[in-house]
Design a protein around this ligand. Sequence first.
Ligand code: UDP
Ligand code: MG
Length: 313
Amino acid sequence: MSKTVDVSIVVPVYNEAENLPLLFQRLTDALDKEAASYEIIFTNDGSQDASFDLLKGFYQKRPDCVRVIDFHGNFGQHMAIMAAFEKARGTRVVTLDADLQNPPEEIPKLLAKMDEGFDYVGSYRHHRQDTFFRTYVSRLVNWFRESTTDIKMRDQGCMLRAYSRQIIDQIVQSGERSTFIPALAYKFSFNPTEVEVKHDARAAGVSKYNLYRLVRLNFDLITGFSLIPLQIFTLFGMVVSALSGLLVAYLVLRRLIIGPEAEGVFTLFAILFFLVSVVITGIGIMGEYLGRIFQTLSHRPRFVIRQVIEKNG
Ligand code: UDP
Ligand code: MG
């Protein structure tokens, strides 16, 4: 499996049995038309449903262009993509979701952009089909990411993206864990662009991201690419110290001139609770960075592959 191909399509799969047959049909239809040589790399991210059997079936049907990486457990969407990047042979690599939210028919549009000389083709969703909550939170994080990192992406959540071989090599080399692939790729790109793509509601099943996983993912996006949360915290601490210094000076003077006071106890409590919560948040932020250091230093594998199903040679 060393021969290069024109395009590698990378699809992370976690319990998507209901979507896979149609996805495979639409993907191969769209790619066969493109006439270029291609491979589709599916990573089975520890699915508990029939996904893996279906993927094996796809391989048996089209052994020349299907490769299946089977994870030993659930390591997350971005690690599933990372594992596929390590194996990809394409001069261009396209990622997309397995739930048909990203229409495979849009792939040629991305490839055409790459032919124009861009090394990173991102995308933003025309009429995003997600819940109100998801859309709103994602807009908020988008804004925060724009203001704390130098990563410019109109729509970070859209995974339908195309990358050049050079970017893929750098991502693989970086060995990053708990990362956010589109942001990492952006860091390595010279000439990025974005196109508008259609977005559909999930064809079947439910989102694999619950609130906790969403929060984790967004922390990875922010703490993985910027130190600004820590710096904001330090700055805030300095401003609060200055203000409380003034308050102390004022109270000392007041005590000397007017005498002691015992009123305003609850106001003081309110201020105290607020500050305690800020301190806890700060410890949390520090913990995020510490956790990343810990994970990086522990040298444990980022994911474990049980087997790879592909044609030899
Ligand atoms: N996915 C994965 N591992 C996970 C969670 C998700 O491989 O732990 C895959 C999932 O099968 C899908 C893609 O990542 O192909 C995006 O997941 P999902 O559609 O649930 O996310 P959403 O569209 O809600 O952001
Ligand atoms: Mg989805």
